[in-house]
Design a protein around this ligand. Structure first.
Ligand code: C5P
Length: 240
């Protein structure tokens, strides 16, 4: 089954554990980002794995190739499913990341290195007016996905909207992980290029990342189950 990584964007382990236990979400795939990892360090990954969770470690590395290589060697030792870098770091950096990750990982491990294309919080105006990138979001995301593939990445983080185009150019097996997921009637918050879980499924995404729609929901468990159902079955007629 294609995974849904629940973004554990909590301040510390205590808050994280309380959320997981009180909502009976033990063992679901999870994403650990900067907030939790910078507070708790690698031990949080051990705890989650010990509790049966598979883990996407979302630290979005972006530095000179040698630094990223050495950092990835350490991350490889954690035995996570997915790690990532910013594709904006360029081909040498992505290659160095992959090399470090492979060298750090246990032989035979099937962890993937993926590259962030254009954050789902960005749009064409931000790219052009703030960052001086004349390409539209689609072109920039595709360009970075091709760069990532050619540099040895196993896949990308992108908006579900970009999945068909990226698969067409990079191959069907090129792994696409998609944040920017919202249920009907949710607020967009800081995300821009969003879809529902059912739409992400239709676009052919390989894995979902969902955070606040579940973690800040009135009934997180029920909301999580709704996301799982939409992701697995699509939108049935009459569903709200
Ligand atoms: O709360 P929400 O569902 O918007 O959470 C999205 C999660 O995915 C956050 O943890 C964010 O850091 C992460 N993410 C993202 N866009 C990317 C890569 C990761 O929103 N391109």
């Amino acid at each position: 089954m294609k995974p849904i990584y629940l973004a554990l964007d909590f301040a510390d382990w205590q808050e994280t554990e309380l959320f997981i236990q009180s909502n009976h979400l033990q063992g679901v795939p999870v994403k650990v980002g900067m907030e939790l990892f910078y507070r708790e360090g690698p031990k949080v990954i051990e705890k989650l794995k010990d509790n049966g969770h598979s883990v996407f470690l979302d630290l979005k590395l972006h530095d000179i190739p040698n630094t990223v290589y050495r950092a990835m060697k350490n991350l490889g030792k954690l035995g996570v499913d997915l790690v990532n870098v910013h594709a904006w770091g360029g081909s040498d950096m992505i290659r160095a990341a992959k090399q470090g990750f492979l060298e750090g990982s246990r032989p035979g491990s099937d962890g993937k290195l993926i590259a962030v294309t254009v954050l789902t919080s960005m749009n064409t105006r931000i790219l052009s007016e703030e960052l001086g990138v004349p390409a539209g979001v689609d072109d920039a995301a595709l360009h970075l996905a091709v760069l990532a593939r050619d540099s040895g990445a196993d896949g990308v983080v992108c908006s579900p909207l970009e999945v068909p185009m990226i698969k067409r150019h990079c191959g069907f097996s090129f792994y696409t992980v998609t944040p920017g997921i919202r249920l009907k009637n949710d607020e967009d918050q800081d995300q821009q290029r969003i879809t529902s879980p059912a739409e992400a499924r239709e676009y052919g995404a390989d894995a979902l990342v969902i955070g606040r729609s579940v973690t800040r929901a009135f009934e997180p468990k029920r909301t999580y189950e709704k996301v799982v159902k939409e992701w697995n079955d699509g939108n049935e007629k009459g569903n709200s």
